[in-house]
Ligand binder design. Sequence first.
Ligand code: SAH
Length: 219
Amino acid sequence: MPANSLKYERMREQMVEKQIAARGITDTYVLAAMRKIPRHLFVSEALMDQAYGDFPLPIGEQQTISQPFIVAEMTQALQLNKDDRVLEIGTGSGYQAAILAEIVFRVYTIERIHSIFVKTRRLFDKLRYHNIVTKYSDGTSGWIDESPFDAIIVTAGAPEIPKVLVDQLSVGGRMVLPVGDQYSQDLIRLYKDDEGIHKTSLGGCRFVKLVGEHGWRDQ
Ligand code: SAH
């Protein structure tokens, strides 16, 4: 529907201007990707008109699509290059993966809830995001066969940094993840070089739990 898509295009433009650029996101690739990706297609029909608001939204199974600003902040912090191979833990709605896929060569994304995995895989096919590779699994163990990765993004809150994921990061690789308890986390950026691991904090955030062998053990 062209009329409708124009409406959402305007909402998207407003979102980027007021929530993303106005709050200091400067990476032109991130801004361009957020202007382009139709975020409303990643939520249920009933929530489409809210898709460009400054908040997370439910996507079923008690999971959420992250607030647009958080997606932008985490993506910028990964300092992506177009040849990069990126691993995402927590596919969810697929929105973050689509943003990444717009910027880099290939995105590998893992989801542990089967119904979400199936639904989002179908959406990627429908939208023709051919450079997104999906897997139904516990992502806290990473994706050893495809490692090392230039960047890793974890979009669920971890009790601590899973060492297995750090091991799957290339030298020069970047990782962004929320670390803390189930109510609030610190958004951590990690950089790996010859000397080791360098960590910085990007501030507070609130994500759903990263559940798995190297995450939270319970629901
Ligand atoms: N990046 C998503 C955010 C979804 S919320 C988006 O753009 O919409 C976090 C997702 O992480 C949920 O779908 C949840 O099921 C998933 N998740 C939690 N623990 C996981 C694990 N160990 N492995 C893979 N996915 C996990």
